[in-house]
Design a protein around this ligand. Sequence first.
Ligand SMILES: Cc1ncc(COP(=O)(O)O)c(C=O)c1O
Length: 354
Amino acid sequence: MSVYNFSPGPSKLHQDVIDKVEASIQKYDDTGKSILEISHRSNEFEELLKNISLNLTTLFNLPENFDVLLIQGGATFQNTLLPMNIDKDKKIGVLVNGTWGKKTYEDFKKIHPNTDLFEVSKNNLGEYLEKNNFENLDYLHITSNETIEGIQIKDFNEVAHSNLLVDMSSDLGSYPFSFDKVSYIYAGAQKNMGIPGVTICLVNKDFLIDVDNSSYLNLKKLTTSNSVLNTPPTFSIFVLNLVTEWMIKSGGLDYFEKKSISQSDELYKFLDENSNLFEFSSELRFRSKSNIVFKFKEDKYNDTFLNKANDLGIIGINGHRSIGGIRVSLFNSVDQSMFNYFMDFFKKFINESL
Ligand SMILES: Cc1ncc(COP(=O)(O)O)c(C=O)c1O
């Protein structure tokens, strides 16, 4: 049976990427070696890093004053790395409108006591952002897409601050955006951009300061060492390169934005047409285009829906264990035929089971 993987991450990869990975595990280009055996100090790896940097610059239209840094530790490590690289007299704010932002705040506060919490109650994000709550801050951290609750701040212009630190773990690569207000962006690769093991960081050079931290906690050292301060996750970086090539070939961020708007609009429209049956965790204006999160009001249907979907090979759509319900992740690799398969199942389920 075919499997239709809508996992929130690590998520589905395009088959072209998997085919290339498979071939390169046997033999990487004309090196006579497997990609698994490549040294991070080799010419081949240097070439790979150059390609990625070029591809990310092309994809994101990255301004000249930004560096690309690829490191380990996932998005979670950034919650330690970032506050350790901000002067103690600077004031940081962390906007919390979901689970991942809350975790960021808790870690930041331990390391950088001059961190303030800006917690938004449910369905109040729009109003909160419009008020100028952030005037006295040097930096504001936001989570552009709260993967668990399905809440997305897609337009950074909606946030009244101009030095943003952004966790884009679950939407980097799915739409173009402006770097005007950005000091630092990071994302674990395992949603839209590849597999776990590498975190993509897009670093405004003005953000880097001299600090006397140990090596792997020294952002300036990490960034200026071109991602090879120590042995990097070579295989994850290799997959990232393949994904960036596939993204460019597919039509870049404009293409993926159109796709995610079209698919998420269709799914939300269907949910709204049947709104008597469902509950949502995000307000209309900030509904995520990456993770569509909902619950059947009558709880028994959540399990029936998940079980029936599973029988048909639709996997990865269970809501996060902390909130339950359903979460359909529409990352870049979810193509139209896969999406249609899900929608057909969903419509049939509503017609026949309720
Ligand atoms: C928005 C967001 N931030 C942070 C994380 C944590 O990422 P990692 O497991 O790479 O540390 C996740 C994981 O799903 C996430 O979705």
